[in-house]
Design a protein. Structure first.
Length: 120
């Protein structure tokens, strides 16, 4: 089953993992939306610079350090995703608890590894 995924912390820089994961998600046939500091296009996906009320988000994958995540807690919880993936460097026990309280699953994992091992 293909999962609609929001990439938080999307980057236009092809050397960044968030950029690479957008391309990999698209190549695996997942519907992707992206939020970042700079607008642009990665693999046909427009990076939004304003928060939108995306519908039917299955997964939010984070590429924001814990300090930067704080301003998005309510927004992400409000989207009511099925899960949030904390990629390496984004681990955040405070946010884990908020997600638990909201009955949202989370994983501390590398999105790229999950895709490459068919565990996404």
């Amino acid at each position: 089953m293909k999962k609609k995924t929001l990439v938080m912390g999307a980057s236009l820089n092809p050397a960044r993992y968030s950029n690479f994961v957008i391309s990999r998600l698209v190549s695996h046939g997942h519907q992707v939306v992206a939020f970042g500091l700079r607008s642009g296009n990665v693999s046909g996906i427009e990076i939004d610079t304003e928060l939108k009320n995306y519908e039917a988000i299955d997964t939010v994958t984070l590429y924001l350090n814990p300090t930067r995540q704080e301003q998005y807690y309510e927004y992400i919880i409000g989207l009511q995703p099925k899960r949030v993936i904390f990629n390496p460097g984004t681990e955040n026990p405070e946010f884990y608890q908020l997600l638990k309280d909201a009955n949202i699953d989370f994983e501390v994992a590398c999105n790229l590894v999950l895709l490459s091992t068919n565990q996404y």
